[in-house]
Design a protein around this ligand. Sequence first.
Ligand code: B12
Ligand code: SF4
Length: 504
Amino acid sequence: MKSHWIPREMRIAPRLDPELKAGPVTPRLALLLNPFYPKDPHASFGKHVLTPTLALTSLAGATPPEWQVRYCDENLLQGPPPSSPFPQVVGITVHLTFARRAYELAAWYRERGATVILGGLHVLSCPDEAAPHGDALALGDGVQLWPVILRDIEAGTLRRVYEADYRRPYREDPAPRRDVLPRDNFLTTTSLIATRGCHNRCGFCYLSTEGLHMPYLVRDVEQVVEEFQADGQPYAVFVDNNLGSKPEYLRRLCRAMRPLEKIWSAAVTIDVTDDPSLVREMALAGCTGVFIGFESLDDGNLRDARKKTSRTADYARRVDILHQNGIQVNGSFVLGFDHDGPDVFARTVEWIERNRLECATFHILTPYPATPLFRQMEAEGRLLHKNWELYDTGHVVFRPRRMTVEQLAEGYAWCYETLFSHRSIWRRRPADWRAVPAYLAMSYLYKRSNRFWHFLIRRRLTAAVWRPLVEWTRRRHLRFRRRLAERTDAAPMPRAEAVLSAGV
Ligand code: B12
Ligand code: SF4
């Protein structure tokens, strides 16, 4: 297996100085922290600065006005998190892959006098594990809990556990505060969210976590448009699990976004193509790319996962509908399901190339704690360990049914190597030659330039270098949209020359 370049600071979290004596606690100062996680050298480093998580900006938006808020994302490679002025409260978002780091940070801040609140997906899945590491846990929707927690801290009545479900009307949430973000460090700061939940409940997805009740809720389209406009960026990434669960809502959202003349990408399921007129509306509203969880090209795997989707034999036709509307397809594929044998890797890559997917991400099947898949694997004695750091979809953490652990690990690496090779990039070039230069620029800049990404991230040059490219894309996309709007016939459009990709 080829070894990949990865600098130390992308593998190992910054050192927390055990000797450091922090200054006095600053009352009503809250620090919001996104902990470090090791990067997968097979994939693009660019995805980590594509767009920020909305967890912390949403908490910032829900913070009472008498509190000051600071934001820190350790993955921006700017060294250890801040300690001067020293915060009264530290809120840490915890996912399973960076739970250990979150606990280290929590201990470090608590030793120096801060009150530490832990929240996020992993705290909900494993509250007993998280409990000793924080002064309080937030289980569920932090937008409701965070202001209550801060008020209890002020009143000296902090409880150990706070719980909120996701049933409150979504429109009642305050807008996330994106002004707390370091704007230079991200390709775009406009992570948007319009919907919550998903009409599916796949057994491997975190949405099927025990105790997580997340009905499909939508925000008012006007709120979403206002946030998009207010952040002043030309490009937004929707971080919704599935923006297309309610097609009629998506249509309304598209119509409301169209006059903004901006571009965006989003995750949807392939059934968004059930109605090609909806795909056209997406393109006319500025959609340049979609992230689609195809998961598998085997119907048996999808059935086992309880994913309600079209037959895999129909995927190719549906990808074409997106392409005809100038929408790039970033396909997500999960490897290691029970019907997958050692031939799955070559078959998947061959399919991606044949259908000219502009981008794809691969994930080794990973049983997230408290999901049906986890319980099944545990009951069958197939889990190799519970070292959450390796539950990052880049490592094999269970015994596959139809191949060995080594075959799965090597096959995963092979898929990325093959897909990022010059040969594969060239094979997947758009059919319309006018779209080829922009496609090649995107492919080489995004996927084959990890040294360059490292340089940009460290020097905080991500926005400076990418913004002109994004603006160039937006202008080209506006021309494409005009041509698309003028066409009344059903003849295929030449592909749009998009340069960006959801990549989430
Ligand atoms: C944006 C995003 C990213 C971004 C940024 C991630 C980051 N942490 O910096 C990028 C592209 C870098 C990324 C990378 C990855 N991601 Co990601 N990502 C997302 C995505 C699409 C949106 C996150 C978001 O903004 N959600 C909206 C916020 C508002 O929801 P939330 O985080 O749950 O926060 C709410 C509550 O949990 C709570 N809360 C959260 N934190 C805190 C803290 C406190 C103090 C309090 C009070 C409350 C609280 O309040 C919030 C408001 O209700 C989610 C899917 C999703 N829609 O959530 C996946 C998701 C989080 N990613 C996931 C994964 C697996 C990854 C990767 C490992 C994938 C890969 N193989 O590369 C990588 C690497 C990250 C890692 N090693 O952990 C999984 C995590 C699964 C799990 N059980 O942990 C998710 C859920 C996707 C999925 N369907 O599987 N990701
Ligand atoms: S379709 Fe995607 S977001 Fe929806 S439940 Fe399945 S994996 Fe999760």
